[in-house]
Design a protein around this ligand. Sequence first.
Ligand code: SF4
Ligand code: ZN
Length: 289
Amino acid sequence: MNIDDLNFKVNFENKVKETIEKYKLIDKGERVLVACSGGKDSISVLYLLNKFGYNPEALIIDLEIGDYSKKNLENVKFFCNEHNIKLYIVSFKDIYNYSLCYICSVLKSKYNLNPCYVCGILKRHILNKKALELKFDKLATGHNMDDEAQNIFMNYIQGNLLLSAKLGPITGITKDEKFVPRIKPLYFCSDEDVRKYSQIMKFPVLYEKCPCSVGVFRREIKEIFKHIEKEIPNFKENLIRNLMKISPILKEEYLKKTKEMRYCEICHQPSENKICKSCELMEKLKDIC
Ligand code: SF4
Ligand code: ZN
């Protein structure tokens, strides 16, 4: 490794460590599960939590998107084996009976629902359920600064500013025994920096895009960001730092305006409505299939 790469590596790792400590993402003795996709972000989180001594375990949802998922699964298995990290593998199809791509394409054609919106809801549902079953205290994800800035921007332009109350290095507005808080150790790391770090570290990861994400709005947002960044290089960091300043007010407002947290009548997971979003999607699917 040359000196520049070594400096970059040290700074990157310090930044992640600082984020974990400053925002108290993991308390002493807590069990952490890392949600792995096979991509650069989640593998970097897994590697670093392991390096920092948090003894993380890993979980991958096999989305069964052809070779893309096979390769991701292979890489995560290899990585966990090499680093002696316990890995749980969950099959998406076993839980939802259909493949992710099938569910996304049906809900897209009938209800014009964005594939990543559908996938995000279903994956979050599985992750919370499994983390709870396996008695983990925290669920770590690979969300980086770009992902978060895109979420803030999309919430804002879609008129859902209050939804950003749920964002931040640690998610969740109210505590609930059935909700495993999600933490984002890469909160202040740009996508470009995570890519560089994972390349320097030679992590076995796929850099190609998920084939299910074709035509999603987020890709257009990424293009808009590239243009803005030419004028305002710190644009993404400004977005997330400003959100953090107004976050306490947003959280207060969100709590006033939203209904009390209850449990879904179908799956019994935490939900703001009688039926959670995941079960709602599956009910929609039942009507069609
Ligand atoms: Fe799911 Fe979209 Fe991610 Fe693909 S890119 S795994 S569809 S959220
Ligand atoms: Zn439900």
